[in-house]
Design a protein around this ligand. Structure first.
Ligand code: ZN
Length: 583
């Protein structure tokens, strides 16, 4: 007979009782999962009693079935529930069907279980449909119908009030795993772990471990295994993996040693735009320091020799950027003491050392010879370079003969720097031709400078500091060439090409304008001189004084090369042939 509690207690009372019964049915499994089975039993017994007291015999049987569930008595569950699930007197129909489905599932009656779950979902009063969807997914998964299972889990997860999404994510992960979709499996399992209510992350980590292993992600697998263990100590000794990573095939030094370097034979390269010391400009903001070319160096490769001059900050980087290799360096010249770039000297010596130790052929070669001004010679940082490979270079000496038919005539410079020298360098090119290259180094202007550099083909002039007084009023600086000193140098010499280097950008980036002003002022004397601002990428062929186009990589007469302004101040200058300039 149908129990109509609304007659005796009123609709409100019935609703309250059913609400309480549902609450108890939801609470018991939570306690059971936590291992508090006695409490769970008590709660179920209380619900059963409440239902019976209200004359709800059919609903009381749902509690009875739940009690049997705790005993794993699935047959009995089915026997108890089947007669009542369709009974009109049953109020907790959805709950009854979900329990029936669960028992059927345990009894491997998956099709019956699926039907039971869908009946539960048909009950409009059933308030935890997510559970039914999740369980239905499990039944499909047991049948091996993983796509259908995944669909069920996503139905559960679509419900906004679904209380245990972690469970559905985990189950979905399992389904994906079992169908061989390991990446999706890992994604779902991670979502399970991320679900706040999910209380068995160990299971998920173990499965992630297995899925990662299937994908060959050794490291991820081990990390997941460690997480499953609740700590970060790997199970297996990582030695083999380390050996693998450090194996010859990934040896960066070997990679570097195998690089050929460039094929250039008679070239002069500028590897600097700005001073060799830390530029304040580079410290102003991140974007600027990204663009700004730091110190760098100048490199002359000729006569089988490679002479790196005044390597400052980042010169090795620019050197490599241009495709050069340490094997191409035979001499290093430091013309004046510049402590801030000592670090680069150390880097260079260390790189050369590493390469020589690695490459047996390199070991046979004469080590890099360092030529230092007296001040640098006294306190250079190269403790690991043998003394015999470091030489003092005295500006008082008339000339130094370097290997490969290179003559170097140093001369004293003027200014606050002690022992610094500029030089005149004579090189015999591969074709027998001679080239004369002048290097001012860091110096104030003095008339003899023009005599020293009188017959040079190319003069590399360090502009260094310039001021308004210097540029507008031609006030010579004591310590640096500046604009006026440079103007006087060009007026007093007759080089085919002047490359202006070592700009200070403290008052802004006016490299191109400064060079334009030189040309403008020289025109008054009817003097026409080829002057270009130097920057990383400025590469001159010493045989014909052709320059490398930064864009197409072809060589063009320096007279037809246009220097283009960088996109933003302090950026790289570009040396463009006519074709590339016109686009
Ligand atoms: Zn070009």
């Amino acid at each position: 007979m149908r129990a109509d509690i609304s007659d005796s207690r009123g609709g409100e009372g019935k609703g309250r009782l059913l609400g309480e019964l549902k609450r108890l049915l939801k609470e018991a499994p939570v306690l059971a999962r936590r291992g508090e089975e006695t409490k769970a039993r008590k709660i179920l017994a209380r619900g059963k009693k409440l239902a019976l007291e209200a004359g709800l015999q059919e609903d009381a049987l749902v509690f009875q079935a739940s009690l049997l569930r705790l005993e794993n008595k699935f047959d009995e569950m089915v026997r108890v529930l089947v007669p009542v699930v369709e009974s009109p007197g049953l109020h907790l129909r959805g709950y009854a069907y979900v329990r029936l489905g669960f028992a059927q599932d345990e009894l491997k009656q998956y099709d019956a279980a699926i039907i039971s779950y869908s009946r539960a979902l048909d009950d409009p009063l059933y308030d935890t449909p997510g559970k039914a969807w999740n369980n239905m997914g499990n039944a499909y998964a047991e049948k091996g119908e993983f796509d259908k299972a995944i669909l069920c889990y996503s139905k559960a997860l679509d419900l906004p009030n679904y209380e245990t999404p972690g469970k559905a994510w985990y189950n979905m992960g399992l389904a994906y795993f079992n169908k061989g979709s390991f990446e999706e499996a890992i994604e779902c399992l991670r979502k399970a772990i991320d679900s706040p209510e999910y209380d068995t992350p160990k299971d998920a980590w173990e499965k992630i471990n297995a899925a990662s292993a299937k994908l060959g992600l050794t490291q991820a697998a081990e990390e997941a295994a460690a997480m499953a263990e609740g700590e970060r100590i790997p199970k297996a000794d990582p030695l083999n993996r380390i050996m693998d990573i450090m194996g010859d095939d990934r040896n960066k030094l070997a990679e570097y040693a195998a690089k050929p370097g460039t094929h250039y034979s008679d070239v002069l390269v500028i590897l600097a735009g700005w001073p060799s010391v830390t530029s304040t400009e580079s410290l102003l903001d991140g974007g600027l320091s990204q663009r700004l070319t730091q110190g760098g160096a100048c490199f002359i490769k000729t006569s089988g020799q490679g002479i790196l001059i005044d390597p400052g900050f980042d010169s090795l980087r620019y050197f490599s950027e241009m495709g050069f290799h340490i094997r191409e360096v035979t001499q290093v010249i430091s013309s004046h003491r510049q402590r801030p770039s000592y670090q680069e000297l150390e880097n260079l010596a260390y790189l050369a050392d590493q390469w020589r130790n690695y490459d047996t052929a390199a070991k046979e070669r004469i080590p890099i010879q360092f030529y230092f001004d007296l001040s640098t010679y006294k306190d250079h940082p190269l403790e690991d370079v043998a003394d015999e490979n470091i030489h003092p270079l005295e500006p008082g000496q008339p000339r130094y003969s370097l290997p490969g038919d290179i003559e170097l005539k140093p001369f004293e410079t003027k200014g606050s720097l002690k022992s610094s020298f500029g030089f005149w360098l004579e090189a015999r090119l591969d074709n027998g031709q001679k080239r004369y290259i002048g290097y001012t180094s860091d110096t104030g202007f003095f008339p003899e400078l023009c005599t020293k550099l009188a017959d040079c083909d190319v003069i590399i002039a360090n502009l260094s500091d310039s001021s308004v007084d210097d540029i507008r009023d031609n006030k010579l600086s004591e310590d640096h060439l500046g604009y006026t000193g440079l103007l006087k140098l060009v007026q007093g010499t007759n080089a085919k090409l002047y490359i202006v280097s070592d700009f200070r950008g403290g008052a802004g980036d006016a490299r191109i304008e400064l060079v334009q002003k030189l040309a403008y002022d020289l025109k008054k004397d009817k003097r026409k001189a080829e002057i270009i601002p130097g920057d990383v990428g400025c590469l001159l062929d010493l045989r014909d004084l052709k320059m490398l186009c930064s864009s197409c990589g072809e060589f063009t007469s320096h007279k037809r090369i246009a220097v283009s302004k960088p996109d933003a101040a302090f950026g790289r200058l570009r040396y463009l042939c006519k074709k590339c300039l016109l686009g």
